[in-house]
Design a protein around this ligand. Sequence first.
Ligand code: MV4
Length: 460
Amino acid sequence: MSAPPPFDTVLVANRGEIAVRVVRTCREMGIRTVVVHSTADRDSAAVRMADEAVQIGPPSPKLSYLYAPAIIEAALATGARAVHPGYGFLSEVPDFAEICARHGLVFIGPRPEVMARVGDKALARKLMADAGLPVLPGPKEPVSGPAELLTEAKRIGLPLIIKASAGGGGRGMGVVRTWEDLLPTFRSVHATARSVFGDPGVYLEQYWERAKHVEVQVLADEHGTVLHLGERDCSVQRRHQKLVEESPAPCLPDGMAGRLGELAVMGARSVGYTGAGTFEFLVDGDQAAFIEVNARLQVEHPVTEMVTGIDLVREQIRVAAGLPLPFSQQDVLPRGVSVECRINAEDPERGFAPCPGELTEFVPPGGAFVRVDTHGYQGWRVSPDYDSLLAKVVVWAPDREQAIARMDRALAEFRIRGPGVHTTRDLLRDILADPVFHLGTHTTSLLDGRSGQAGAALAG
Ligand code: MV4
């Protein structure tokens, strides 16, 4: 006998591969699913898989996947009791979580106040510093104007980075490498913060040029249990778009991974975090610094699932229903290595611009320990209105070299064709062949222009 489902019906407020991902776990848990969709997604895989689908608006995200009134109405009309926001869209919007609560719907994520506090990146930095996490040198408060900017910048030294408090994930930040750049970069980040994020706050940090980007998965329930599920390395990025992620992180100094896990748990506990979340760190040699919290399930969560055997969506749903986590820290025993590659519909010949179009052939790879999270199928039209992520290929193996070999085999096996449709697949295979990537010593500068095939592919 399996446990009764914690909710009768969950509404999935997202699209693409993550909507499919959430529907699958709901089905395993005996939960009925409602998927909302725009007119562009009426034939989507998630719509086909869900128990019920509700069209909520036109392709424009503002009028559909970001439009709270239509989503709430769909939830109430279909008898949904909880809302899973996936990632992106409304997943980190405190007002949406609040609106759900006001309508008697459980938002599957942290409480709105907690989301608001960690979502303000300058505030999160201060809160985490106060909780004892190491942060990069820089003032604890946002900078208000040019006079303070110069004083604080001199204290930090160059290079430094100016970040928007409301930014994150690489948007709304500017690196300052020369003193002439200081004021123009400040003005530019400030203007972006005001116009794009509607919050003019900006803050300063010392800039770490060659660091590993390592993040820790945390899971916390409403009964005081806060656990970490190990770390992921996300250093392989191109213009802040992650390409390859893996767990555990390779080549960390002895004791570093465990320390980061403990720091993330300390940080999560200090703000009363509940649900699944990620603590991002930069790691340079034996130094580590907290950079930000992601108050959502992340795209790369499957590598953590593969090494821990824990279904993060299942635990998110159980925690949101008020259930205690069914395991403790010593039950989390990561095993082997998992690697994820993101296949985007992008054209390498056009600076990796998104290339929508019909998939006339779509045959994902298979075999032992290969997982493909995708919403693609033969005949599906990749829409120009949304993110170009088409599939995530995730593999597991006992060690890193076998995992890389398995990934290369899986990528080679993937058949994706369509008029005008190009993908990041060949770039990913170049990265897998890079000797520095094989060593595992790479930092976020791996693709900066001249390291091996991948760098060459980029430079060209
Ligand atoms: C940084 C940094 C270096 N120094 N902050 C990028 C995404 C966002 N989560 C934070 N990010 C970074 N913040 C300081 N003080 C480096 C990154 C960073 C990065 C920067 C340039 C190019 C690629 C990058 C990949 C990961 C992280």
